[in-house]
Design a protein around this ligand. Structure first.
Ligand SMILES: [Zn+2]
Ligand SMILES: [Zn+2]
Length: 292
């Protein structure tokens, strides 16, 4: 069964998924929609549980989820991540910074960054350290069309922090947006995939259009922190689309991104949200970089 399954899925999609061609991006976008329930998939599901379930089974057969670490196909009755692969992932551990979620030395309450300056968000939660196999996994998620990794990340975030996130009392989940151009190339926004799973589990709306990325920014490692913040402040904004304007601005949100390195992206998105009337923000990331 396993061999046939592998062969069938390889024949169907092999060339598509890892390519950065338009066709590949289209396939990845479609897969993300099916799995996370964007609009198209929602209407498909609305046709009825039985039919929707059947479609999803066929879809999972053609486009099965894979281990987020070694990228091998996982059969429906298996765990999403192979137990051996899971052992290679490093968790942030018990001692984390209250404000940002970074790992701290034992007994420390805040990391050195937050001791210097508190972030704009109230709480920060993260799960893994950005190194080794997790780094590879996240690269695949962002740049090689492995959209199914998002489900694993979201499940891990909820496994570690569901109670605290539910207790935070957020009214919506907001992903950090990507620029249109990146979205077109990749087929999906990686933070949005994670945010949608979290929103679904916490029974909250996912406001993926609340923030927009107006400008295409290149990596800005050579910039100092203040310049970096200023540069980013001009890149993000609250959407002025009529549909978004009609909706109420939530008072408290869970802001989702894939990785926390210097923290400037979350800081800027947080500031923009607060200017728009949001009062409390919990920042959630899959992993935190070390040495920042
Ligand atoms: Zn594996
Ligand atoms: Zn901190």
């Amino acid at each position: 069964m396993s061999a046939h399954f592998l062969l069938a899925q390889k024949m169907c999609w092999a060339g598509w998924r890892e390519g950065s061609c338009e066709f590949g991006a289209l396939a990845n976008g479609f897969a993300a929609e099916m799995r996370v329930g964007y609009k198209g998939a929602q209407s498909l599901r609305a046709w009825g549980n039985f039919f929707g379930g059947m479609v999803m089974t066929v879809f999972d057969f053609l486009y099965p989820p894979r281990c987020p670490v070694c990228n091998h196909v996982r059969l429906p009755w298996e765990e999403v991540c192979c137990p051996a692969c899971r052992k290679t992932l490093k968790a942030v551990g018990e001692d984390t910074c209250y404000f940002c979620g970074r790992q701290v030395a034992e007994q420390e309450e805040y990391c050195s960054r937050c001791q210097k300056k508190r972030p704009v968000y109230e709480r920060g939660f993260s799960v893994f350290l950005y190194e080794g196999t997790l780094r590879e996994s996240l690269m695949g998620f962002k740049f090689r069309g492995r959209e199914w990794n998002g489900r694993f990340y979201a499940e891990e975030i909820l496994r570690c922090h569901k109670k605290e996130l539910a207790a935070f009392g957020a009214e919506a989940v907001v992903p950090v947006p990507v620029h249109r151009r990146k979205m077109r190339k990749r087929g999906y926004n990686q933070a949005e995939i994670i945010a949608r799973y979290i929103a679904k589990e916490l029974r909250l709306p996912c406001r993926s259009r609340l923030l927009v990325r107006k400008r295409y920014t290149t990596p800005q490692k050579e910039l100092g922190e203040t310049e970096r913040l200023q540069n980013l402040l001009d890149a993000f904004a609250v959407s002025d689309a009529p549909r978004e304007k009609k909706r109420m601005t939530p008072k408290s949100v869970i802001l989702v991104d894939d990785i926390l390195t210097t923290g400037s992206t979350l800081e800027v998105c947080g500031r923009i949200l607060k200017r728009a009337g949001v009062e409390r923000i919990a920042a959630v990331t899959v992993c935190t970089g070390s040495g920042y």
